[in-house]
Each structure stands twice: as C-alpha cells, then as structure tokens.
Design a protein around this ligand. Structure first.
Ligand SMILES: NC(=O)c1ccc[n+]([C@@H]2O[C@H](COP(=O)([O-])OP(=O)(O)OC[C@H]3O[C@@H](n4cnc5c(N)ncnc54)[C@H](OP(=O)(O)O)[C@@H]3O)[C@@H](O)[C@H]2O)c1
Length: 240
C-alpha cells in the first residue's frame, strides 16, 4: 500500500510517499481502508517535534510513529476475532492520535474504541474533519463548561478548527453565542449561526460592559484575568 512516511523531524519536505506492507489487524483491531484524512495543529507538532516537550510523547530523537495522520474516515476491510462493534463494509471515522496515528496511508489498523460508525448523511471528507476538533469543542462546552440552554456564551477563536464546531454545538444547546475572530472570517461565523460577532482587530471584548455566562478561550490570546472581567461568576474554560 502507499503511505506518507515521516522518519525524521523537520519541515513538510521530510515527508515521503512510500510503498509499504499493508498492515494486518490483530485480534482486537479493525483494518480500515482510508477514504479521507484531515490535518490540524497536532500534525504539525508531530512533524516538527516542536514544542520539544511533545517529543516525550512522540519520540525523543525521531518520530516514534512513522506514519502521521490522526483524524480519518473510511470503510472497514476486515476485523480481528475479538472485535464486536464493527464488521467488514461498515463506514467509520475516528481519531487515531491516541493509538499510534497512521492515517496518512491507504490502510490503517485501529483498536475499535477509537472508531465510530460514520453517519450516512455526511461525506467521508466531512467525517474525517470532525473527530479531534469536534470532540475538543464538545469537551470544552459540555464536560468542562456544563453548558445549558439560554446561556450567553462567548467563544474566542470562533472561526478556527475548534471554534467553528464550538459555535455550532453551543447553538444546538440553545445558547446565545458571541464569536470572536478577525475581519476576514466574519462571514464564516454568520454562516454557522453565531448570534453576535466581534472583530478582534477592531474591538476588545474584555473592555466591554457586556458579560457572559460561559467563555471558551480556544486560543491563548487573552489572560485568565482579562476573561474574568467579562464573566458572570464562575464559568471559564481554556482549551489550549
Ligand atoms: N484543531 C484541533 O483538533 C485541536 C484539538 C485540541 C486542541 N487544539 C488546540 O486549540 C487551539 C486552537 O486550535 P484550532 O485548530 O482551532 O486553531 P485555528 O484553526 O488556527 O484557529 C485559531 C482561532 O483563533 C483566532 N485568533 C487568532 N488570533 C486571535 C486573537 N488575537 N484574538 C482572538 N482570536 C484570535 C483565529 O481567528 P482568525 O483566523 O480570524 O484570526 C481563529 O478563529 C490550539 O491551541 C490547538 O492546539 C486544537
């Protein structure tokens, strides 16, 4: 099979398209034929080995996982004998960053806990773009933020990978959503349903009078104390 292989840390130039052996699933693994894979900041960290602290997880001198690729969608080709949740032919998607990466290849073996059935009404590309950013948004809003209907929610960094999921999930919980981004992305926030939009190049929301019930800082752009100024007590979540 063909795979993108990364044997040393560096720029995208270190990536090589190689012919390698197709993997075989162990008894607890699912073999997936990859139809789509997506990229986010985690892939860049894995490629560059920076920040250095990441190397304690990814390999000190060279990448421990030679095939990158975390978020994928594809079709199950075969399953190990202990696999209960999936069978050949199932359309699946998942985040492989916690179980060896390997998504930038024609086939990858995955433990079943890292996969879910792909909804039939979305494409492989849409499914592959969802896992890591979507789950991060959900964790921030629901697990940490305990979002409830009617809350005024501010999302700083609303137009990015995590932020666009956060806006849409917050709306689905019935929140009144204010998104913060730069001028070039205002249209995106309107199109995904933000109720209010703040252009951070023109306005500093931390100096406004308006307060919020829940603030999700998707980036490191503001200090905790600045957020606290515009926060109704006691909800503040930082994702980064
Ligand atoms: N993507 C993932 O799957 C994922 C998963 C876990 C954790 N994370 C972490 O979450 C953070 C964001 O990741 P991301 O993928 O969402 O990044 P991203 O796609 O680059 O989005 C960054 C967002 O921050 C906004 N922004 C930039 N400068 C700003 C400023 N000064 N004030 C307010 N907003 C500003 C950008 O708006 P403009 O583009 O309009 O300037 C954009 O909306 C990173 O720390 C990442 O490591 C990401």
């Amino acid at each position: 099979m063909k795979a993108i292989v990364c044997d040393k840390y560096g720029s995208p130039d270190v990536l090589e398209l190689k012919e390698i052996n197709k993997p075989l699933p162990t008894e607890n693994q699912v073999l997936v034929r990859v139809y789509a894979a997506s990229l986010n900041y985690g892939n860049l960290v894995l490629l560059k080995g920076k920040p250095f602290v990441a190397r304690f997880a990814f390999g000190l001198t060279k990448p421990k996982y030679s095939i990158p690729g975390g978020d994928i969608a594809g079709i199950v080709e075969a399953v190990g004998k202990n696999v209960k949740l999936f069978k050949a032919g199932d359309e699946v998607f998942g985040d492989l960053s916690g179980c060896g990466w390997g998504g930038f290849a024609e086939y990858v073996t995955v433990p079943e806990y890292a996969l879910a059935l792909k909804p039939t009404n979305i494409s492989f590309e849409e499914a592959a773009a969802t896992p890591m950013a979507g789950v991060t948004a959900l964790q921030g809003l629901l697990c940490k933020g305990k979002i409830i209907s009617g809350q005024k929610v501010l999302i700083n960094g609303a137009s990015g990978g995590v932020g666009t999921f956060t806006v849409q999930i917050a709306k689905s919980f019935g929140a009144e959503v204010t998104g913060v981004c730069s001028t070039r992305n205002l249209e995106i926030l309107l199109s995904i349903g933000a109720d209010h939009i703040i252009d951070y190049t023109k306005e500093d929301f931390t100096q406004d009078e308006k307060c919020y019930d829940l603030i999700l800082g998707v980036n490191g752009s503001n200090s905790i104390s600045a957020y606290k100024r515009v926060l109704n007590p006691f909800q503040l979540i930082n994702v980064y």
